[in-house]
Design a protein around this ligand. Structure first.
Ligand code: HEC
Length: 94
């Protein structure tokens, strides 16, 4: 029984890690990481600071999606609307 529980914990850990790195790869291939980093300010704010700024705001996801996709108030990006959506979720989860 203990063995099964431990295997489950390990499997869940693996899934969580691979989701994080998939979005990291998407951020890289979409060019976000040319101007952003997770922890430090580059040309754009650190993603962790963005998450802190929008914490508790109900419309954060929609606001950021529009801002990034429309290219108004944010440099134009080549990511698709679906990719932007998933990247915004990732940023806000930090
Ligand atoms: C050419 C450089 C550049 C690229 C590429 C870029 N950003 Fe930004 N980003 C910025 C700058 C500069 C700001 C700060 C100005 C602003 O708030 O719009 C910013 C701000 C942001 C913010 C915070 C906006 C706010 O209202 O606080 C988020 C979230 C964000 N970027 C996400 C992304 C994502 C996701 C991508 C990739 C699809 C991306 N950025 C690509 C330069 C860039």
């Amino acid at each position: 029984m203990k063995m099964i529980a431990m295997t489950l914990v390990a499997a869940v850990g693996l899934v969580a890690t691979s989701v994080a790195s998939a979005q990291d790869a998407l951020a890289k291939s979409s060019g976000c990481l040319n101007c952003h980093a997770v922890d430090t300010k580059k040309m754009g704010p650190a993603f962790k600071d963005v998450a802190a700024k929008y914490k508790g705001k109900a419309d954060a996801e929609a606001t950021l999606e529009t801002k990034i996709s429309s290219g108004k108030g944010h440099p134009a990006v080549k990511a698709s609307a679906d990719d932007v959506k998933s990247l915004v979720k990732w940023v806000l989860s930090m």
